[in-house]
Design a protein around this ligand. Structure first.
Ligand SMILES: Nc1ncnc2c1ncn2[C@@H]1O[C@H](COP(=O)(O)OP(=O)(O)OP(=O)(O)O)[C@@H](O)[C@H]1O
Length: 247
């Protein structure tokens, strides 16, 4: 049986201010198996960022179960979070978040340095291989400011992948890119999923990009209201009467 990487059961997040209580997540159930590529989509305010922050261990849920790679991830102590994140998660942000005064190769090597226990020669080898995989080997000694937005996001994806995480969490990865660069990033994510077995969960408000994933989960008012399959799956199974159509 395929291993479940992310297992979320009845996840709730309530924001309390003096006057109001906002149920940002009102009981989300979501399972992501190894090798899946899932897009989470939905209208503004439906809870996408809140869900991503919890899955990325940046915030705690108010209630519910969150298991990551089979371990309880909902109640980690502060000092365990960074270690857990480094070990299991690769994060791709909308704003790339590369470090400006480090070269491309140095940016990609950072998660391996944080992990520790990996000799420099092994790190260099791993970084070179991953930059080659994503077509950025020729930019290894460049600095982020010398790259286009699309290239910076490719480097950020390499940085997320370098530790071979259980899951890539991509938060609006095309949000700061024009459509051509956005398409290139989407093609890279698809390739990593199809050919390298990367497990990906991407949040996007853009249905056009959500459809490029294999499975689409729609949130509304903090709950999963619909699940369907992306274009690649629908094209593959278009003869299959039992498969729900693409959104
Ligand atoms: N820190 C906070 N304090 C209070 N309410 C919050 C906080 N963060 C989010 N919310 C509320 O929780 C709900 C879900 O917000 P969230 O940012 O997760 O939605 P979203 O789907 O990511 O929206 P968008 O697509 O616009 O980024 C919204 O009603 C929002 O106003």
């Amino acid at each position: 049986m395929t291993e479940t990487v992310i297992d979320v059961i009845d996840l709730k997040k309530i924001y309390r201010t003096d006057q109001v209580e906002t149920h940002a997540l009102a009981g989300v159930d979501l399972a992501v198996k190894r090798g899946e590529y899932v897009a989470v989509t939905g209208p503004s305010g439906c809870g996408k960022s809140t869900l991503m922050a919890i899955l990325g261990l940046l915030d705690d849920p108010s209630a519910g179960v969150y298991r990551l790679a089979g371990q309880d991830a909902a109640h980690l102590r502060e000092r365990d979070r960074a270690i857990f994140r480094n070990r299991h998660i690769g994060f791709v942000f909308q704003a790339f978040n590369l470090i400006g005064d480090l070269s491309v190769a140095e940016n990609v090597a950072l998660p391996l340095i944080y992990r520790g226990g990996i000799a420099k020669a092994a790190r260099d080898e791993r970084v070179a291989a991953i930059l080659s995989d994503i077509g950025m080997a020729h930019r290894a000694q460049h600095y982020p400011a010398q790259l286009s937005g699309g290239q910076q996001q490719r480097v950020a994806i390499a940085r997320a992948l370098v530790t071979e995480p259980d899951i890539i969490l991509a938060d609006e990865p095309t949000g700061n890119l024009d459509s051509k660069a956005g398409e290139a990033v989407m093609a890279l994510l698809e390739d990593l999923n199809t050919n390298k077995g990367a497990t990906i969960l991407m949040v996007t408000h853009d249905l056009h990009y959500a459809r490029r994933a294999r499975r689409i989960v729609r949130l509304s008012d903090g709950q999963v209201v619909d699940e369907s399959f992306g274009e690649a799956v629908v094209a593959l199974h278009k003869e299959d009467d039992h498969l729900p159509g693409a959104v």
